[in-house]
Design a protein around this ligand. Sequence first.
Ligand code: DON
Length: 557
Amino acid sequence: MYLKLLIFFLVGQTSVYAASPSAVPARHGLVTSTSALASQAGVDILRQGGNAVDAAVATAFALAVTYPAAGNIGGGGFALVRLPDGRVFSLDHRETAPGSASRDMYLDTEGEIIKGLSLKTHKASGTPGSVDGLLELHGRFGVLDRKAVIQPAIDLAQGGFPLSWQMAESFNRMLRLAPDFPATRKKFSNAGEPFQAGDIWKQADLARTMRAVSEQGRQGFYNGWVAAAIAAEMRSGDGNITASDLQQYRSVWRSPIKGEYRGYQVWSMGPPSSGGVLLVQMLNMLEAYDVKSMGWGSAEQVHLMVEAERRSYADRARHLGDPDFWDVPVALLTSKQYARQRMSNFDASQATSSHLVGAGESNHESEQTTHFSVIDKDGLMVSLTTTLNSGYGSRLVIPGTGILMNNEMDDFSIKPNTPNQFGLLGMEANEISPHKRMLSSMTPTLVTHQGKPFLITGSPGGSTIITTVLQVIVNLVDHGMSIADAVALPRFHHQWLPDVIYYGRYGLSPDTIAKLRSKGHELKQRSVLGDANSIHIVDGVRYGFKDPRHEGQAVGY
Ligand code: DON
């Protein structure tokens, strides 16, 4: 008896999970996303014999129904897949600039930005990549029938589901601020009246569109009546996407970015996302320092991480863009030696001023993207981040289809050295060209340790995505936290310009803030930083954790 107690005590002491009941444990498969219904759709597919890719595709289509602020078929995203044999693949299904797009398309004759044009109009949308990407993923790695993985989304759209308080509020706020697009008003109101929590929300048009995709595959979206409806609406609203843009769209398999951090292997998304390159760059910079002994949340650790972030984001503005159009020096930026060189002027006592290289401003629009993580019984891992860019994208619903369009064109550098909605600056590497992909910060990430699955993570949050993922990894690897603590604890963010440390509510103590100020940092509080729905794998057990900053659920079996 005493022996049993002793063993229990010792085992309890060695596992971070002994004291962390809020992560969902599972022996077989698990999905964690920002919608409980979408996570459940993925797990149902796993239980039917589907693998993690089938489940991810089912979850992604379901999110387009149950989380319209960012789940989508009118936007784009990135996915990382790791097979049980250790091979890692990454799929870029980012939107592309329409064929008629041009470098200065959002500027007036004086060269000034026409306000709102790249955000809230028909012209704001890139050619959507989600449907092609999800079908490509499924076609290459899925084991169930295409119809089986799309059906849960069709059922949710057709049969409807009760709106949560948050969703009803979010629809009503969006409609107050949205341009007056009639199909948007129809989709997001209850016959013209505001939705209330508990109302059943049905999307018959979206169900019909998804049925076309289910029956005809990519033809159902990029040709036929759905494509014709998109092209017609674009023509009537002075937008740019044509039938030919839609027909030409193709997702692309890219080489994943690979890094090594204190013996852990980090796999993430390469250009046209800046996420993987910056993540590995920052981890390389941190590796030379004893982050663990600095202590979580200490001024010393925050200062070090901020200085790594500042240097990496400065590189983002200059070097990162669509690799099909711009030569991105990936090998250099992700090398250990380059990290050492970039940190050679790091001063532990003093902030390095970003203003030596020019100033930027940030204005925070509503931000929505969504990330989900999936693992199956064989250890196949999927990390997928998808977005319309702003919450509800351009807010344009294509009549008759239920499709909400993205406003991803704003992720291009629409005017050199001018901050976009995330305060990010861009230069030539990210200027607009026909069919080019706009630079992203999305960072779907997989981490392995000794050849075994360790972590699946990622986040929304525009420019803050990469620093969110960085902190989840540092919290787990350096501080040995449980996934619940690693994800739920407050975060901070620096992006070179503006030269400010943003920190989440209750993120830094007054003493820490004072210490950071004395080193020369400016600090500002910000409401929400990220939504990092993650899975941590320990001794084969999968621990799923839904970031408490948003709705959703981890579901496993
Ligand atoms: O691709 C990007 O980096 C942005 N379009 C992501 C937008 C975003 O995360 C907004 N969400 N919170």
